[in-house]
Structure formats: C-alpha cells, structure tokens
Design a protein around this ligand. Structure first.
Ligand code: DX5
Ligand code: ZN
Length: 216
C-alpha cells in the first residue's frame, strides 16, 4: 500500500494546527515533520515544542525527519513530544548504530535518511535494525526544490537491497514529488511518498493526496 506523507514545511506556518487537522481530513497517512537545525542543513524550521503542541490535535502518525547534527542529543525530547518515528541522517551521526538503538529504546520506530550523494550500500550492515529508509531526492534544507532525476535509479537500488536483506523496512522518498513524477517513484519501489508543495501548495489537498497515491 502506498502511503502519502504531506510535509508540514509547506503549510501555513501561522496556522499549523488547522493545517494538520485539514490534511488529516484530506486523507494523509503520515504527517512528515521536518526539523532543521541550521548546521546540518542551511535552514532552521521548528523543533520538539511545536510538535508537542500539534500532537493532541491529531491522530496521524508523526513521521519526524531530523535534519540535525548528532541527533542523539535530542531524541528524548522528540519522543516526549509525541513522535511515532524518528528518522536521522546517516551523514549526521558519528555512531549511527547507537542512535538507532536509542530511538528503539524510547519505544519509537527508527528511520535512516540518505542525502542524494550518499550511496545506499552504506546501510548494508544497519538494515536489520531499521524500520524505514528515507532517500532524499533533493538536497535537504528547503521545500519546493526539483526532484533529482538520478533518484529514481537509486530508489530501485535501495528496494533491491531491502529485498535482498529480507527487510520489511518502509522505503520513503522525500523532495520534489508531485503527481507528475510520483508514478516513477512508486514504480521504482518506494512505498511512502513525502510531498510538501505537492499537497499544501495545491488548491485541493484531498485531490492532491489521491493523485499522488494513484499515480502511474
Ligand atoms: C527538505 C525536506 C522535505 C521538504 C519537501 O529538506 O526534507 O520534506 O519539505 O518539500 P517538497 O515536497 O516541496 O519538495
Ligand atoms: Zn523531509
């Protein structure tokens, strides 16, 4: 089943609570929450306090994407805020295995994200430990960028790697996904599609989510 994870980064920052309620109503599967620290990526977004404030108003699965240097320092804060899954960047963790164990010890699902330049093979030895593999199809830091075309072949390589390892981890893709290119992302093997502008930037969010889900 294809899951759609609208990225709140593209929503109205002055009315986040309403955006979350409306996108849940519109059929979102996950809520993708982009946390940026201004060091790992050249932008700052929002942190655990904002996620905590949104939690009581939503039953959505909170898919938190930490674009944060050494995220191990903040995992407990995001768990307490109500995250369901924490995704950390391979490039941001000196001791990735330890960070993954810490996320799981907090009772949350654990994901690992890869930047466009990082090959999927670096995750070979950690695959049995993770619940989700997130491939960035743009360089992280900003919404509204263009999908990097070589991402499609990389998704297929990641899907093959997961299959070979007998992994049941989800394969999520993030960046520049719209109805027009969602089909190729799904065909390559992704099952969770993040979309910011492709949902919140559209006039009809329910139609946008349905369009992404059924794209071919
Ligand atoms: C980028 C973020 C994305 C972003 C996607 O650093 O990780 O989740 O919000 O936005 P769009 O779909 O507009 O490219
Ligand atoms: Zn993201």
């Amino acid at each position: 089943m294809i899951k759609i994870a609208p990225s709140l980064l593209a929503a109205d920052m002055g009315d986040l609570r309403r955006s979350v309620a409306d996108v849940e109503q519109a059929g979102a599967d996950y809520l993708h929450l982009d946390v940026m620290d201004g060091t790992f990526v050249p932008n700052i977004s929002y942190g655990a306090a904002v996620i905590k404030a949104l939690r009581p108003g939503s039953a959505l699965f909170f898919d938190v994407h930490l674009m944060v240097e050494e995220p191990g320092r903040f995992l407990a804060d995001f768990a307490a805020a109500g995250a369901d899954l924490l995704t950390v960047h391979y490039e941001a963790c000196r001791h990735l295995h330890r960070v993954i164990q810490q996320i799981k010890a907090l009772g949350l699902k654990a994901g690992v994200a890869l930047n466009p330049a990082t090959p999927v093979e670096v995750l070979t030895d950690i695959l049995p430990e993770i619940d989700l593999l997130l491939l960035m199809s743009v360089n992280p830091g900003f919404g509204g960028q263009s999908f990097i075309p070589s991402s499609t072949a990389k998704i297929a390589r990641a899907a093959a790697l997961l299959q070979k390892a007998g992994s049941t981890a989800e394969l999520e893709v993030d960046g520049g996904i719209y109805a027009g290119n969602a089909g190729q992302v799904i065909k390559a093997g992704a099952n969770v599609l993040v979309s910011g502008t492709g949902v919140f930037g559209q006039p009809d969010w329910a139609a946008a989510i349905a369009g992404l889900r059924s794209a071919d």
